[in-house]
Ligand binder design. Structure first.
Ligand SMILES: CC(C)(COP(=O)(O)OP(=O)(O)OC[C@H]1O[C@@H](n2cnc3c(N)ncnc32)[C@H](O)[C@@H]1OP(=O)(O)O)[C@@H](O)C(=O)NCCC(=O)NCCS
Length: 168
């Protein structure tokens, strides 16, 4: 999928360093992730290594620069959860608010919708995150509930909102 200047495609090893830099900036500055120490290449490298089938890792690239990524992966490690995918999306600081999150999610969810084995998607949004909530609502997710004070980062308790999207 492309807009005028941006391509969305499957991520490769060559994208990993840029993807990790995007994630680690959020680790250091935001409650969007509950990681508290930069993960380097390990966390996303593992996702890439296990990509295939309904575990999808996409990047948005413009002029050779990785601007963001989105992925689907296992929700919980029990076979009865296999039709449920957890999804997420991260953009670099300069790439937000321009529709790229929507472009990536549109591509990811379209891919998942083509897979008969995928029944539902779950997203966990640490609060506050108005952009992420708007993005998920735009793409058909509805709020299931909020877990209060389940994370602690930057010396404060953080809630998580759980969102779900069901095929059909
Ligand atoms: C969350 C994120 C992926 C959204 O992507 P984005 O490209 O910035 O969002 P888009 O420009 O595609 O906009 C999507 C929707 O969010 C809204 N939005 C964007 N930025 C917003 C903001 N700062 N506050 C409120 N709404 C916002 C847009 O108006 C749009 O709403 P609409 O579809 O109803 O018109 C991006 O901001 C990001 O990477 N943030 C840091 C990492 C993160 O929080 N990831 C999500 C973890 S759950």
């Amino acid at each position: 999928m492309t807009d005028d200047a941006t391509t969305v495609r499957d991520a490769t090893e060559a994208d990993l360093e840029a993807m990790a830099a995007i994630y680690d900036e959020q680790v250091r500055t935001s409650v969007a992730t509950f990681d508290t120490e930069p993960r380097g290449l390990v966390y996303l490298g593992d996702k890439l290594a296990h990509a295939g089938g309904s575990d999808i890792v996409l990047v948005a690239v413009r002029a050779g620069e990785v601007l963001g990524y989105a992925f689907s992966g296992p929700f919980r490690p029990r076979p009865a959860y296999d039709g449920t995918k957890e999804v997420s999306v991260y953009l670099g600081a300069g790439a937000r608010g321009l529709g790229l999150g929507s472009l990536l999610y549109g591509a990811l969810l379209a891919r998942l919708d083509d897979l008969t084995e995928v029944h539902t998607q779950v997203a966990v949004i640490a609060l506050p995150n108005d952009a992420s909530i708007a993005l998920h609502r735009r793409h058909g997710f509805t709020e299931v509930g909020v877990l209060r004070e389940v994370g602690r980062k930057f010396d404060r308790w953080v809630d998580t909102a759980w969102y779900q999207r069901r095929v059909g």
